[in-house]
Design a binder for this molecule. Structure first.
Ligand SMILES: Cc1cc2nc3c(=O)[nH]c(=O)nc-3n(C[C@H](O)[C@H](O)[C@H](O)COP(=O)(O)O)c2cc1C
Length: 227
């Protein structure tokens, strides 16, 4: 598969066939993904290959509050979990609830052929924005290229998955369940397997919607427009 095809067709897969994924295939995926870039080449990633079915199941209720808040915010027309615009949703009431998890794909993901928990060692990640008065962004750059490389390599092996981050909201509980040190951020849970369906057309905005020349509000960067 050529690189551009892989970049344009690596979709978020949340349902898999029963085909198993052997350890050798998964190892090959991680073997490619380890070449992902990361701040200062400190390589703070750790991957837990979560095979224990009981531990997998215990992860499901941990995302109930966060995903219910997410869905309520979407229903209220908000950008869910954003750190800038205050929410109008009654988060405390949602947290006090204790219904089942209804967010799409949550129950399926823990039954995927492969479940990876990916953490980042914050004691080595270069977080150049750590003193800024806003939410941290830069440290994620030392782990999500690795996560994306796992998904691209998996695509090359005929597999698919999805980067999920909703577990992070209950990081202390996840750390306790899986013996993760406190200074390791729970960056993602990535399920993998053979996709029931391979999507090939992803919905994304055109380059002209986000690229400008010289300043943020400068002219749209598009060689097809005469300047
Ligand atoms: C940083 C990041 C966090 C994400 N977190 C979640 C998540 O918690 N749960 C989930 O189901 N999908 C999650 N996704 C998947 C996105 O929903 C998905 O990439 C997006 O909707 C585009 O889907 P598509 O590639 O199939 O078009 C996440 C993706 C990224 C890159």
């Amino acid at each position: 598969m050529d690189l551009y095809t892989a970049l344009r067709t690596t979709f978020s897969c949340r349902s898999w066939t029963d085909d198993p994924v052997d350890d050798e295939t998964l190892y090959r995926v991680l073997e490619q993904a380890r070449f992902a870039p990361n701040g200062g080449n400190r390589q703070g990633q750790h991957v837990i290959v979560l095979k224990d079915k009981d531990k997998r199941r215990q992860l499901v209720p941990l995302v109930r509050e966060g995903t219910d808040i997410y869905m309520a915010q979407v229903a209220a027309g908000e950008a869910p979990w954003n750190s800038i615009v205050p929410t109008t949703v009654d988060e405390a009431a949602i947290r006090a609830d204790d219904g089942p998890v209804t967010f799409p794909g949550v129950n399926e993901m823990v039954d995927a052929p492969v479940v990876l928990i990916i953490t980042l060692d914050l004691s080595v990640a270069a977080s150049f924005d750590k003193e800024l008065d806003r939410i941290g962004v830069i440290s994620g750059g030392s782990i999500y290229p690795f996560v994306w490389s796992i998904l691209l390599a998996a695509r090359g092996e005929g597999l698919a998955g999805v980067p999920t981050t909703y577990l992070a909201e209950k990081e202390p509980e996840v750390q306790k369940l899986l013996g993760i040190p406190e200074h390791h951020a729970v960056a993602a849970l990535v399920p993998l397997g053979v996709p029931v369906k391979q999507l090939t057309k992803l919905r994304r905005n055109p380059v002209s919607s986000f690229a400008t020349i010289d300043t943020f509000d400068g002219p749209v960067f598009d060689p097809a427009i005469e300047g």
